[in-house]
Design a protein. Sequence first.
Length: 188
Amino acid sequence: TRAAAAIDRELGAGSAFAIRHDVTSEDDWQAALAFAQDRLGGLSVLVNNAGIVTMGTVEELDLASWRQAMAVNAESAFLGCKHTLPLLRSSQPAAIVNMSSISALVASHNLTAYNASKAALWMLTKSVALHCARQGWNIRCNSVHPTFVRTPLLDGIVGSHEDEAVVGKLARQVPLGRIGEVAAVAAA
């Protein structure tokens, strides 16, 4: 709500809107989309960007942590795609962007739930893209798979991302030799 108010102050009233949205709740998805239809007249882009990091090996994880990671990282995007497609069909050409991770493609021994949930999101993206193509709709569905990026999620993996030794170790794993920045991923 504060971000929307700040945008309105800068660009004028009615430039931004805010609504509480638990991405794991089907009811919240339906309410958010009804809000978008009412306030914006529909949608032409959906970005599924919710994500959490759940640390643990397959032996360390409990079922509740596994389910939470799957709910936030994969099931929420399923709900978003499912319930947003009718609005996107009315606004073609349209697009869905699912924020996955390099962790969907390269596993880590202690990111079991994160790896699995981001890989599920990758395959969901492909299924949705194929579904839209078979229907003859001009709706693209793509996933973005960034590596380490300076966000609070990085803190969940390594602690404070201000720790130069840890950041240096992660940066050496990235072909560009540095941790990514949010603006670079957003540009994608």
